[in-house]
Ligand binder design. Structure first.
Ligand code: ARG
Length: 232
């Protein structure tokens, strides 16, 4: 293999935050493996690189630091490509188009337009684009940021906040399991998920393999198969 540096091993280490279904979550046959759409893509990348895949599950907010400290080889976590993140890491070609969704309690939903978010109490996952959007509408003192989306959902269920903001697919997933909650579609901008690598050697050596894998998965129908399997 051409890979060197931190990839000079038989394994390729994927970093993620496995509390973001259907992209990454704890499940599988024994109920405690990290599985999901992103994991399938990561497996294909490892296979193409001729390496074994190891998964490091960590806080979303520490993924880019872990990457730059060589604790992981790439981060795949439904991570939106943003200008801010581009400053510290490199991203693959976009592999999924997403958008943000607002979740509310059915019983007392105060939100029907974006303006209604002004000054509301909002829960989010720390360091996410949903967290950034919340800041556009309400003061920091009204934002409750948690390490996982699950905790942010509990805060909403418990009546402590008026709304929660998270990416649409996980939002769908959460409301399927919580019949007291619903999604308000407010037409936020599209976001594009990318796979992050460290700048420099990783970017030169691993990124082409990642992009090549994405291209192949799309061309051979695997990507569409995964979409229909994981996106409900
Ligand atoms: N797309 C959003 C972002 O990049 C949320 C990603 C959260 N991912 C996760 N695995 N928890 O900020």
């Amino acid at each position: 293999s051409v890979l060197s540096g931190c990839q000079e091993k038989n394994e390729l280490v994927m970093g993620t935050n496995a509390a973001f279904p259907p992209f990454e979550y704890i499940g599988g046959a024994d109920g405690n493996a990290v599985v999901g759409f992103d994991v399938e893509i990561a497996k294909a990348i490892a296979e193409k690189a001729g390496k074994t895949l190891r998964i490091e599950d960590m806080e979303f907010d520490s993924l880019l630091t872990a990457l730059n400290a060589d604790k992981i080889d790439f981060a795949i976590a439904g991570m939106t490509i943003t200008d801010e993140r581009e400053k510290s890491v490199d991203f693959s070609d976009p592999y999924y188009e997403a958008t943000q969704a607002v979740i509310v309690r059915k019983a007392d939903n105060p939100i029907s337009t974006k303006d209604d978010l002004n000054g509301k109490k909002i829960s989010v996952q720390l360091g996410t684009t949903g967290n950034e959007i919340a800041k556009e509408f309400t003061d920091d003192s009204n934002i409750v940021a948690f390490n996982t989306g699950f905790e942010a959902i509990m805060e909403l269920k418990n009546g402590k906040v008026d709304a929660m903001i998270i990416d649409e697919q996980p939002a769908q997933n959460f409301i399927r399991q919580n019949s007291d909650l619903e999604i308000v579609s407010l037409d936020f901008d599209p976001e594009y998920y990318g796979i992050a690598v460290k700048e420099g050697k990783s970017s030169e050596e691993l990124l082409p393999i990642i992009n090549e894998t994405l291209k192949e998965l799309k061309a051979n129908g695997t990507y569409d198969k995964l979409l229909s399997e994981y996106m409900k």
